[in-house]
Design a binder for this molecule. Structure first.
Ligand code: SF4
Length: 459
């Protein structure tokens, strides 16, 4: 998972500070590296870039960026799904080739990238990174008789899988979303400036208004003449809008494909209360932060008391996207702390968004018991995660996924809960509110695009 952000200002005002702010709002989508590419004001079609490792405020120098004049720029925060964790894989990836200067920022995983890379290397291409994103630039360079926009369209029609892109073609800003619509991508506007962003929360921070989503299969070109929409020449049989964005990944203050993430999470909790009530529980609580909103929905619909019984150390990142098991374990131990006086002697209904490896929930249940909780019922506001994701979220292999390894009763006993239940796939889809054939549920159902090969995961 990654975050992309782009801006183009018609009146020539600099947009680099906006890019910095937009990336800051998208920090939850990737903490490994951050980067910006821009077309310098008065610099013709030149594209410059800067990339650094770490969080946005560490990787990028806000003061310096704010002093650079550029009315057309893109940015990226990276969460590694393909390629190793080093600066060569940070984005945007930029290049100068015979038709011009370009830079690409990508969210998602291209599932046929490995095959494309082999084919291009056989023709002499020399790759600089191990990311799937670089295949886009090489595909463009292999169409060197075409103008950059035509070469980009031609490259995109060859790709399978997930890509939401912010691209600089010289001074032009381009946004593109794959024909299946896996990852979100929105367009916003403030006065003379047009923005593209992975999530609408990044538009809020720069004072822009959400105009609309980039449609699956759409390429949006933004320059001084305005906004032009063209189609990727590929007809998808159906859409695959990622349901896990609504469950866990996106910020609750974002709107994806017209649906408020906050409202969806609350509805998920409400459906869970209807499907799997805990009438004997003294209170409902949520696993911070991503289970909290579903827990509020659960409590509201079951008319039970809601308490914020677990405090999260807000200076620690999400355990789910830390790179090693050791750090993940440490993270759980130091990041969550139950309020003993609230839970001692009580029966608890604890709502979480999902169980991936089962590490966090097991540790929290053990802390609840140490602090005197009488019973702990776990309710999960999504279906069991049984399959890996090939489209840009680092869910582990089947061997590491708790719900793939263990049946429900064994998992309940393994994590130490008094009861355990999940939401059904139908409930998830109906809570999101999009037609079932538009929503990806592959990590819950195994219903993958192209039957599920992970080609392109390891380049
Ligand atoms: S497999 Fe799961 S995480 Fe991946 S795109 Fe589909 S719903 Fe999202």
């Amino acid at each position: 998972m990654c975050g992309v952000f782009g801006a183009f200002c018609k009146n020539g005002s600099s947009v680099l500070e906006d890019i910095y702010l937009g990336l800051y709002a998208l920090q939850h989508r990737g903490q490994e590296s951050a980067g910006i590419a821009w077309n310098p004001y008065g610099g013709g079609q030149e594209v410059l870039s800067f990339r650094g490792m770490g969080l946005v405020h560490v990787a990028l120098d806000q003061k310096h960026l704010s002093s650079i004049m550029s009315n057309s720029a893109i940015g990226h925060v990276r969460y590694p799904t393909t390629g190793s964790s080093d600066l060569s894989n940070a984005q945007p990836i930029s290049a100068n080739y015979s038709m011009g200067s370009i830079a690409v920022a990508h969210n998602g995983n291209i599932t046929n990238a490995r095959g494309i890379r082999k084919m291009l290397e056989a023709r002499g291409a020399i790759f600089q990174s191990t990311t799937d994103t670089e295949t886009i630039i090489h595909l463009m360079a292999h169409q060197s008789h075409k103008p950059t926009l035509d070469a980009l369209v031609d490259a995109l029609r060859r790709l399978r899988g997930a890509y939401s892109l912010a691209v600089l073609l010289g001074n032009r800003l381009v946004a593109a979303r794959d024909p299946w619509g896996f990852r979100p991508l929105v367009i916003g506007r403030r006065d003379d400036t047009t923005y593209v962003a992975s999530e609408s929360c990044a538009l809020d921070i720069v004072g822009a208004t959400l105009v609309r989503d980039v449609e699956p299969g759409e390429i949006v070109v933004i320059d001084e003449t305005g906004l032009k929409s063209i189609r990727i020449p590929h007809t998808a049989e159906r859409k695959y809008v990622c349901s896990f964005e609504f469950v866990y990944f996106a910020r609750p203050d974002s709107v994806i494909d017209g649906r408020s993430v906050y409202e969806v999470r609350k509805t998920l909790g409400c459906r869970l209360a209807g499907r799997s009530p805990c009438p004997s529980a003294d209170m409902v609580t949520g696993m911070p932060d991503s289970g909290t909103i579903a827990a509020m929905g659960y409590a509201q619909c079951s008319r039970q008391r809601y308490e914020k019984a677990i405090v999260r150390n807000r200076y620690i990142g999400r355990t789910f996207i830390q790179p090693t098991q050791r750090v993940r374990n440490l993270g759980v131990r130091i990041k969550l702390n139950p309020i003993k006086s609230l839970i001692s002697g009580k029966e608890l209904a604890v709502v979480d968004d999902s169980i991936v490896r089962g590490t966090t929930v097991k540790r929290v249940i053990s802390m609840f018991r140490q602090d005197g909780a009488e019973k702990v019922h776990i309710r999960i506001a999504s279906p069991p995660v049984r399959f890996p994701c090939y489209y840009g979220i680092n869910t582990p292999t089947c061997e590491e996924l708790a719900a793939a390894r263990l049946d429900m009763e064994t998992l309940r006993s393994e994590i130490g809960a008094d009861s355990l239940d999940y939401l059904g796939i139908d409930d998830l889809v109906s809570a999101i509110g999009l037609p079932g054939m538009d929503v990806c549920t592959a990590c819950f159902s195994g219903d993958y695009l192209d039957g599920g090969e992970g080609n392109g995961m390891d380049l």
